[in-house]
Design a binder for this molecule. Sequence first.
Ligand code: TYD
Ligand code: MG
Length: 457
Amino acid sequence: MSRRASFVCSECGATHAKWSGRCDACGAWNSITEDAGLSASGPEKRSLGASRGRKVELSDLSVEDAELPRHTSGLGELDRVLGGGIVPASAILVGGDPGIGKSTLLLQAAAAFARSGQTAIYVSGEEAAAQIRMRAARLGLKDAPLKLAAETNLRDILTTLEAERPQLAIIDSIQTMWADNVESAPGAVSQVRAAAHELTTFAKRRGVAVILVGHVTKEGQIAGPRVVEHMVDTVLYFEGERGHQFRILRAVKNRFGPADEIGVFEMTGQGLSEVANPSALFLSERGAPVSGSAVFAGIGGTRPLLAEIQALVAPSAPGSARRNVVGWDGGRLSMLLAVLESRYGIGFADRDVYLNVAGGLRVNEPAADLAVAAALISARQDIPLPRETVYFGEVSLSGELRPPAQSGARLKEAEKLGFSAASVPRGVKATASNSLAIDMVADLGAFIEKGFGAIDR
Ligand code: TYD
Ligand code: MG
């Protein structure tokens, strides 16, 4: 057999005949690695039309399917992120930085699952069984009827799962698994891909739900080829800022539920505890009113989530203004700064701008534009914003404000948490029951005029 595609891109999974520094397919740099396994068992090149297949059965769209059965994991926040529980025979990938708490989360989930009378096996390729038992003791899970294995040999693991047929199997992590039919070392792209393929097909074939843990690289992607994300039904990311106790479990892909749903946890001395009312927690860090702070009424997945946006504007050395963003999109910040500068003459060219979402939260809604703009102007002018006001609204390049989706839910959450006013785009539908003073503005110019009056530009 010819040794053809023996290099593979870890970003997009494209195969190449020879190594190069940049992948032609996706443009990524330094992502191409040797792929021993692929060449040894390369795809069959013969045309599929050459021999006849079986005729597959066709069905109508109108056929009624039963509601997907689901196992509840026992962790409410995990179940909500999955769209209402674990779907049998599904494959789920949980990615996150090393040390963020993936093993803790899944040990807790597997133990809760087992305690509710369902069968679960936790396979660790990273820790010895004694270590896992120690962690379980610390988490108060000693009595859970969960089965453990410390193993990395994929063939042995599959044989065990085949014999035991649990309802849930956890593989921690996919990077430590070793398939003996693939020539490269554990963690190599071809190993990760082969292991993920074997485990997802096992899930489908045997009706076992499989959760794979995946470490994330410095660039924030699950180490190994992107194709792993395509293979599984659901991809969850476990995120959090170092030094903060909050952890967010975010669905980025879900064949069985809404993507972009989030679950919120707090890391404590006894493991992860679920946070049922995240808005209150993210706001509780706020102190006395200071300039540069604005509360954004956002939506995290399907639920409203209030977050504090903090901005600091400081004089910079000539020609070297810094832009530093944590928890929001840097490109979006540049756009807002450009709109403020060119439409309203509020310049930031000779100033450093730092923008931060409090509590280690990541906001990726354009609806945060107005809150960010308010925080930026407040910081620049050193004028605190009214403490009891929330902000939301998308800012267009012309400075016009647009109402985002789910305005009602945002306002309701703000009201529930004791806010008395909301600054929002014109056109937001406010329900009569709202006791919030709702201030609607058509564009950023009107907002600036009302909130800040005359500004030295
Ligand atoms: P871990 O679940 O091992 O992370 P991952 O599997 O993502 O690499 O989490 C390790 C971190 O969590 C470690 O820094 C200690 C901390 N931790 C707690 O704060 N409380 C606990 O009860 C546990 C078990 C861990
Ligand atoms: Mg771990």
